[in-house]
Design a protein. Structure first.
Length: 468
């Protein structure tokens, strides 16, 4: 999606996505595969539902004492020889990384997949400072070569077909490569191998951080995460403050459901536990370890209606089942975090004004809640978010007027009965083949892409009176 289109209104971005045949093909294949794999994985895991309840309870209990757990985490990381930095905003987090790079003469940094670094636009900041960031996750490497943003939380290049990736590699890596996943993976591996050896700094996110032990946990399906954390002389981990969990016992619960929800695996290929820098006598690991704890608006939401969004494990399951995401992909949302949970995270991080249009980019079908590993009630929060947009006068005035009028009509039995009679008469010019099509005025956008049932010839009250 072009930069100009990314700045266009949501409706234009969504329309462009619906017309993109390559995108439609890629989304259908990938999301359907993820849905089937998740379903199969949980079907053979009877204790999974109980573990989802347990995971939710852990998240809630942790938020109630978040400051305590974060302080314990920081103390244990420093006890192990690491350094902890507290970033209130995205700007502070970027400056902390840049300061470390300047002070230590870093010219190249290799990165494992991290939505937190995407959230703070770290790559752009590094490039502007003359430091070369290299994404080493295959999906992230693809979109970096394409100069794009991730389209999915766990599968950044989900919007691209293998043919498009082959064209991209052939153009950017100066070759003529077949559209074969094994060949393309080998090409990327060869290009990235030397980068691991040249880099001065490795940058990662964190799936979890265990407060009791000072352990940062990375869950990946590629070996690049371990290369990033062990080969460069400096390792910087950036994580949102909500990723802290109390104990290793709690970690076991999350590991049991995370991979199943994300990719349908019993366990991800690599679970890496990082406990500070290299110690005396150890043959590998960084000389320095830095953990940046990012707030960026998160703590403000602990007492808000968006509180549950802080439970999110970033598994991407809600994206795969969302009928809206499955049609338009991630770029149409216009922000770092796409899909139904992305709408809530965007509102949390950037304010309600940022989701004026996105708050309605959901059918409220409930599929996202059904698959969420920590049972986040996304539909309820989206409804509450829409209410806030109305109350804060952020929603378009036409929408606010229509809903207020509808509210008054539904609260008055007399008005409701009169409206049914009037509606039967007013709708006549617009009824085609038993459906309402192409309504005028503010209703035109709605019926441009969908039909509505007409007002019934006889109301329920009229039919009930006859039956009595």
């Amino acid at each position: 999606m072009s930069d100009a289109l990314l700045r266009a209104p949501f409706t234009e971005r969504a329309s462009a996505a619906l017309k993109d045949t390559f995108l439609q093909e890629a989304l259908k294949i990938a999301t359907t595969k993820f849905i089937d794999l998740r379903k199969e994985s949980f079907a053979g895991f009877p204790q999974g539902e109980a573990l989802r309840d347990r995971a939710r309870a852990i998240k809630e209990a942790t938020l109630q004492q978040l400051d305590v757990h974060l302080e314990r985490l920081a103390d244990n990381v420093e006890r192990l020889g690491g350094h902890v930095h507290w970033a209130s905003t995205a700007e502070e987090a970027r400056e902390m990384v840049l300061r470390l790079c300047r002070d230590r003469g870093v010219r190249m940094a290799v990165k494992s997949k991290s939505m937190a670094t995407e959230e703070i636009d770290l790559n752009q900041a590094l490039e502007h400072a003359g430091i070369t960031p290299i994404e080493t996750d295959l999906g992230e490497y693809i979109i970096q070569l394409a100069h794009e943003k991730p389209s999915h939380i766990i599968a950044p290049a989900i919007h691209k077909t293998k043919g498009q990736v082959a064209e991209l590699f052939s153009r950017e890596l100066k070759g003529n490569f077949e559209a074969d996943p094994e060949i393309l993976t080998a090409v990327a591996r060869k290009a990235l191998r030397e980068k691991f050896l040249q880099a001065d700094m490795g940058i990662t996110g964190a799936n979890f951080a265990v407060a009791d032990t000072g352990t940062v946990v990375l869950v990946t399906n590629e070996g690049n995460g371990r290369m990033v954390t062990s080969l460069p002389r400096i390792h910087v981990a950036l994580m949102g403050v909500e990723k802290v969990i109390p104990s290793m016992t709690d970690l076991v619960v999350f590991l049991a459901i995370l991979a199943r929800s994300a990719t349908g695996q019993k366990l991800s290929s690599y679970t890496t536990l990082v406990r500070g820098p290299r110690r005396a006598g150890e043959l590998e690991g960084p000389e320095e370890f830095h953990l940046i704890l990012l707030d960026n608006g998160r703590s403000r939401q602990i007492a808000s209606t968006l509180r549950e969004a802080l439970y999110c494990l970033r598994c991407g399951a809600c994206l795969n089942v969302c009928p809206v995401y499955r049609q338009i992909g991630g770029h149409a949302y216009g922000y770092t975090y796409p899909g139904p949970i992305g709408i809530l995270l965007t509102a949390m991080l950037k304010g309600n004004e940022s989701v004026r249009e996105l708050a309605h980019a959901s059918s409220l079908c409930g599929a996202c809640k059904d698959v969420c590993p920590v049972r986040i009630d996304i539909p309820r929060m989206l409804v509450e978010l829409r209410e806030h947009l109305d109350r804060e006068k952020i929603a378009p005035w036409t929408e606010r007027v229509v809903f207020k009028a509808l509210r008054r009509l539904l609260l008055s039995p007399t008005a409701y009965r009169v409206s049914a009679t009037v509606g039967r008469w007013v709708q006549r010019p617009f009824v085609r083949q038993g459906r309402l099509r192409r309504l005028p005025l503010v209703f035109g956008k709605w019926t441009k892409t969908r039909d509505l049932p007409p007002v019934a010839a006889r109301t329920f009250r009229e039919r009930w009176k006859e039956l009595r």
